[in-house]
Ligand binder design. Structure first.
Ligand code: IMP
Ligand code: MG
Length: 176
């Protein structure tokens, strides 16, 4: 068991579990995008480890870039997503894969999809290591999902609790 700030967390998924799943996802994306040179766009901060390990398993030419966003829960069901760091290159005519650590309500992914599709991409796919179906409020289809997990808070492997825990090589779940 580990402690971050005031909360305790228990082991949930090992580094080997994560790597095997990223390998499976990368293989699928490699097959689907044969003949393309995709741009993988990681969503900071959380996705930095996912992108790093995913691209090592990707077989083929690709580009890697990042955006940084922060989401704010509104008073209603719509959250506001603010772009803090954008992209410097054009996405027109490109095959783009958004890489997320976790899709929760879906606010972030819906907004990113809207922004990138507005730039005239050839195709846009969404890959996420974790998906919480019980929390998802959107209709945006997710193309590649690593793990469907219960609606419980997790940390590690890039994911934080109030800034801490991103450096953990495995995933921990909030202790009940
Ligand atoms: P969204 O609600 O799908 O827009 O997700 C917004 C962001 O909330 C994610 O990119 C994560 O940074 C964060 N988040 C959601 N669930 C968790 C969790 O279980 N642990 C840590 N961060 C989370
Ligand atoms: Mg994220």
């Amino acid at each position: 068991m580990i402690q971050l700030h005031d909360k305790h967390f228990v082991p949930f998924l090992s580094a080997a579990d994560l790597d095997a799943t990223l390998q499976r996802m990368a293989k699928q994306v490699t097959e689907d995008l044969k003949g393309e040179t995709p741009i993988f766009i990681g969503v900071l901060n959380g996705a930095f480890m996912v992108v790093s390990d995913f691209v090592k398993h990707y077989k083929g030419n690709c580009e890697v870039s990042f955006v940084k966003v922060a989401s704010y829960e509104g008073t209603g069901s719509t959250g506001e997503v603010k772009q803090l760091i954008g992209l410097s290159q054009s996405l027109a005519g490109r095959s783009v894969v958004i890489i997320e650590d976790i899709v929760d309500t879906g606010n972030t992914i819906e907004e990113l999809k809207r922004m990138f599709e507005g730039q005239g991409v050839k195709q846009l796919k969404i890959a996420t290591l974790f998906f919480k179906p019980e929390a998802y409020t959107k209709n945006v289809p997710l193309d590649y999902i690593g793990f469907e997990i219960p609606n419980k808070f997790i940390v590690g492997y890039g994911l934080d609790y109030d800034g801490l825990g991103r450096n953990l090589p495995e995933i921990y779940q909030l202790k009940e």
